[in-house]
Design a protein around this ligand. Sequence first.
Ligand code: HEC
Length: 238
Amino acid sequence: MRPCVARRWARTSDRGAFIHVGAIIGTCMVGNVFLVIIPNQRKIVAAMLAGQPVDPRLGAMGKQRSVHNTHMTLPVIFIMISNHYPAVSGHPKAWLLLALISAGAIAIRYFFIQRHFGKIQHEFLFYGAMLIFGATAIASMKPKDKVEISGEVSFATAQGIIQKHCAACHAATPTHASFAAPPLGAAFDTPEQIRTYAPKINERAVLSTSMPLGNETGMTDEERAQLGAWIKQGANIP
Ligand code: HEC
């Protein structure tokens, strides 16, 4: 049976989902310019050149779309650079974080638009800051463990998980076809390297799901929890 659209969306990687949202908003913005703002402008100019009365609705429509675009700018810019914030895009509540950050960015943009007209409304800066602060607070909250791990997790178990899900890319000589060198120089070949990277591994594969990249290897929640438990228990190596 073919999976429904929602299911296919659900399987899009975290980053892919962000890019999709950005592409949808960006398409609306381009549509506003090419389907309304520019054609209306042309109609207004043509009417003026012909010495006919100009329909004021044309200008009003263009203005409305241009206001929409202005408010969408900062959220789109954030999505464009969101690749650098895997803690946001890889968070289990990524949709909520994106919604809060976008609302905050719109409030901040609104402050600057009003300031442009000489109206200083600091409360909008405050709302924007609070929304973005709220998103940061949620992003830094430890998600509730979906899987409870009881007992000690050995280094051998942690290394086995890393071998299975990370080593293809994160090795001195990666076996993954897309990588000639370990990404960002992060190789997990030796126990010492794994221990050194433990806090970052925790960030990327336990607290968020931004690694393995696109979850290519199908890492399970159970494995993430085990890796997390090993790190929590002191990231001990033999
Ligand atoms: C398909 C290749 C691939 C796999 C598999 C993969 N990674 Fe990555 N990893 C990358 C790429 C590319 C980057 C750099 C881009 C980025 O930071 O998102 C990266 C970056 C990282 C970083 C950041 C390093 C730094 O110095 O900031 C960590 C930590 C990490 N990965 C951990 C893991 C863990 C843990 C696993 C396994 C559970 C894993 N990765 C699996 C490709 C991969």
